[in-house]
Design a protein around this ligand. Structure first.
Ligand SMILES: *[C@@H]1O[C@H](CO)[C@@H](O)[C@H](O)[C@H]1NC(C)=O
Ligand SMILES: *[C@@H]1O[C@H](CO)[C@@H](O)[C@H](O)[C@H]1NC(C)=O
Length: 322
């Protein structure tokens, strides 16, 4: 659990599905719902103003949605009496949040243009607006995803063993699937605004040598050796609510919170060391690779055309009983 990041893990799940990067269009709603962008931007702005940590949570939802069966809005489905959704899985429980903000956006969109904008597309645009809202790069979001009619908890659970293979193997795997190594490392930079639970970095701050000792000591105050598993700490200890390249600068000072963060920079010529150094000295290089990476991620496993549906309530498939 602590030795790989949720980000790597969830990206891998959708890649395993082997779906090609589908055709989407940035203009998909330009006649059917031109107000969509301003409604979403507006609500994301309100949410982040109220709670800056929400930006990371909303970005995380898009990654986790794409992680289980593709970017199809499946993560938003509530459990039903007959099926367990993705929200209740251990990897998502107490980790993902912000569902009520998606509900609020969806309700406004349903008023403005009923049954037009998919929940999966909402998540993709919300992710972009969250990054922009915290100072990160802007990009045009390809659109036209449709929503799944089922959750994919089994896909979410099948993947952990892959990560025992280590960083080199994971990077090779991603390269083979069409991501560049630069994009893979840049996407890990999402952690510039992320929080992690004590449970996930406890071993690193008590047992590892590959961490700045003063940094480790400062973290122990909020993460006891026994208990306290749910206590949260920012992954980027310097500017936790700014989407910048401080995450990479910190890695070069051995101030990576998770093992999965610090393994990107070893200081001994590791696989990703040069890229981390590059991003730590150039925010633009980080941003450029982040944008191409997240656009690719957002196209994985999508439903288009007549597949799936446009859910009118992101929590339920259409026609489900209340
Ligand atoms: C989730 O949070 C609840 C309430 O804080 C806690 O009882 C439960 O153990 C947590 N579950 C996990 C998997 O962390
Ligand atoms: C840094 O990254 C950029 C963008 O990916 C690349 O063009 C450049 O060659 C890299 N520079 C170094 C010194 O690796």
């Amino acid at each position: 659990m602590a030795s790989f990041s949720v980000l790597q893990w969830c990206m891998t799940v959708s890649i395993l599905l082997g779906s090609a990067f589908a055709q989407l269009s940035e203009n998909f709603y330009s006649t059917s719902c031109p107000q969509a962008f301003s409604i979403i931007k507006d609500e994301v702005k309100i949410a982040i103003k109220k709670d800056p940590g929400m930006g990371a949570s909303l970005l995380h939802l898009h990654f986790h949605d794409c992680g289980a069966g593709g970017c199809d809005g499946s993560i938003l489905l509530d459990d039903t009496p007959s099926s367990t959704g993705e929200k209740s899985l251990v990897v998502n429980l107490n980790t993902t949040r912000g569902y009520e903000i998606i509900d609020k956006i969806k309700a406004r969109l349903e008023k403005a243009c009923p049954a037009v904008v998919s929940c999966a597309d909402i998540l993709a645009v919300v992710a972009r607006d969250s990054v922009v809202g915290l100072g990160g790069p802007n990009w045009n979001v390809p659109l036209g995803r449709r929503d799944s009619t089922e959750a994919h908890p089994y896909l979410t659970e099948a993947i952990a063993p892959l990560f025992l293979a280590g960083l080199d193997a994971i990077i090779l795997f991603f390269e083979a699937k069409g991501f560049t190594k630069n994009e893979f490392v840049a996407l890990q930079g999402s952690h510039t605004i992320g929080m992690a639970r004590c449970l996930t970095y406890k071993n690193h701050i008590y047992d590892d040598k590959n961490i700045d000792p003063a940094y480790a000591a400062s973290l122990r105050a909020n993460c006891p050796k026994q208990g306290g598993d749910s206590k949260l700490t920012p992954i980027d200890s310097t500017t936790p609510f700014v989407f910048d390249n401080m995450y990479f600068i910190n890695l070069m000072k051995q101030k990576g919170l998770l093992v999965a963060d610090q393994q990107l920079y070893t200081g001994k010529g590791g696989t990703a060391d040069a890229i981390v150094a590059n991003y730590s000295s150039s925010k633009d290089n980080f941003f450029n690779n982040y944008v191409t990476g997240i656009v690719k991620l957002g196209k994985m496993g999508v439903l288009t055309g007549k597949d799936g549906e446009i859910r009118t309530n992101c929590r339920k498939v259409n026609g489900a009983k209340a």
